[in-house]
Design a protein around this ligand. Sequence first.
Ligand SMILES: N[C@@H](CCC(=O)N[C@@H](CS)C(=O)NCC(=O)O)C(=O)O
Length: 212
Amino acid sequence: MTIQLYCFGESGHSYKVALGMELAGVAWEPVFVDFFSGAHRREDFRAEVNEMGECPVLVDGELKLTQSGVILDYLAPQTGFGGKTEEERRDILRWILWDNHKLSGPIGPARFMQNFLPVDKHPDEVIRWHQGRLRVSYKILDAHLADRDWITGDSLTNADLSCCAYLYYPEPFGFNRADWPNIDAWLNRIADLPGWKHPYDLMPGRPSDRGL
Ligand SMILES: N[C@@H](CCC(=O)N[C@@H](CS)C(=O)NCC(=O)O)C(=O)O
């Protein structure tokens, strides 16, 4: 049975999983979640799809999984992106946890507030605070990538998938690739892999659908 991924184009957390499956040639299909109409907050979504009210959600036959890091780990035997040794597996987990807390975690709301809220509702102080914290994270990632092609080991892993996802989105959220040359080169390296697709070409839904 084809794997289903509940997702939407603007969802960086969903993109991590969609991109991993696409790069590995795993058969999957998207199930569009109308996030901007509040579909993920409805009682039926929480009851039947994800009690946490979030995307992504992966359905593989009888199995349903949430949290992008857990899903990436589940898919590792199929994708081969789980690392080659126990030590690397732990290092991948370390970067996934860091990403959820310090990179993708704050980028999600910063990008949402700056781009998808009406201008008169922009909480500018909060956006600036997130952007300041995120600069520290970009610096950490850029330094880590100074003398290596991939976050762990010698090829793409779930650590790269988790950390790269939001950085491909075009909407401004305080991240300028030109300021971070090692991140920039790494994003190009990933985008050069056969099968790579931009999030808006891989999952249904994009800002222009809503006239943005
Ligand atoms: N840690 C979660 C984060 C998931 C998440 O925040 N997803 C966003 C979409 S990108 C969402 O559904 N947010 C709903 C909300 O915060 O109400 C993961 O890695 O899957």
